[in-house]
Design a protein around this ligand. Structure first.
Ligand code: NAP
Length: 253
């Protein structure tokens, strides 16, 4: 049985990845901070599909948490989904610096180190994959969040090129708006987001796994977001920044 490790596997996009991968016969390693919730998620996947499920409680904003996941992937897994992440509250100067640094740890350092630890055993077997969950926000200028996701896109594409021909694929996944716990947790008001921009999480994951199989470098599920990113690449930065500031304001503004 192949094994997939999913970070942020207890809620939202990560939970749907775990569900779809279990349905495709992957044994699972589930990573998140909340141990009780990890146990409940594991029980649901075991009962639903009969796959083997390990839980690995880890806070990816900490050295110990990242190191624990590094050790697990270095033992060998077939697929890694670096998905754990969170949104931001407030503007840069009004934010807690510890929160900003934690975001870089979870979105960048953890992704960097887990990818680095997972690849050698995959390359030895000439099989495997890494999905690094970025965001459409990577193509806009909206604080440390979008900057960290831009790093995920560039990093993933760079590693993909460096290992090409080795039988292992690294892909950045850029979701647009998806209804999860993300917005509530980060205090975002999403009432102004038009219905057509909300992606169904199951469709998102199905499209991502299809893109992974096809060797897509940067997966952008949903036609509206393919258009948005296409425009973001050609329009002046000042204009795209102004447009993106109109969507998804925060409760504290
Ligand atoms: N939802 C969207 O509209 C959207 C759009 C674009 C990109 N994304 C990206 O998609 C990814 C998943 O987001 P989501 O929407 O599914 O969010 P979510 O529903 O809030 O789920 C976040 C998951 O990450 C875990 N997590 C958070 N901080 C962690 C930490 N420090 N260490 C380990 N695990 C942690 C959470 O579990 P614990 O709290 O138990 O740790 C939970 O399982 C994120 O990278 C996000 O940036 C989301």
């Amino acid at each position: 049985m192949p094994t997939a490790l999913v970070t942020g596997a207890t809620a939202g996009i990560g939970a749907r990845f775990a569900h779809h991968l279990a349905g495709r016969g992957y044994d699972l390693v589930l990573v998140a901070r909340d141990e009780e919730r990890l146990g409940r998620s594991a029980a649901i996947h075991r009962a639903g599909t009969g796959v083997a499920v390990e839980v690995l409680p880890a806070d990816l904003a900490t050295e110990d948490g990242i190191a624990a996941v590094e050790r697990r992937v270095a033992r060998g897994v077939d697929l890694v989904v670096n998905n754990a992440g969170f949104g931001q509250q407030g503007d840069f100067l009004g934010s807690e610096i510890d929160e900003e640094v934690a975001m870089l740890k979870v979105h960048c350092e953890a992704v960097l180190r887990i990818t680095r630890a997972a690849l050698p055993p995959m390359l030895e077997r000439r099989a495997g994959g890494v999905v690094n969950v970025a965001s459409v926000a990577a193509f806009f200028s909206r604080g440390t969040y979008s900057a960290s996701k831009a790093w995920v896109v560039t990093f993933s594409d760079s590693v993909r090129q460096q290992i090409s021909g080795g039988g292992v694929h690294v892909m950045a996944l850029c979701p647009g708006w998806v209804r999860t716990e993300f917005h509530e947790r980060s205090g975002m008001d999403t009432s102004g987001i038009p219905a057509f921009l909300w992606l169904d999480p199951d469709r998102l994951v199905t499209a991502a796994l299809r893109d992974l199989r096809r060797g897509v470098a940067v997966s952008v599920p949903g036609l509206p977001y393919k258009v948005v990113i296409g425009l973001a690449k050609i329009l002046p930065r000042r204009l795209t920044t102004r447009l993106s500031a109109r969507t998804g304001s925060r409760h504290d503004h």
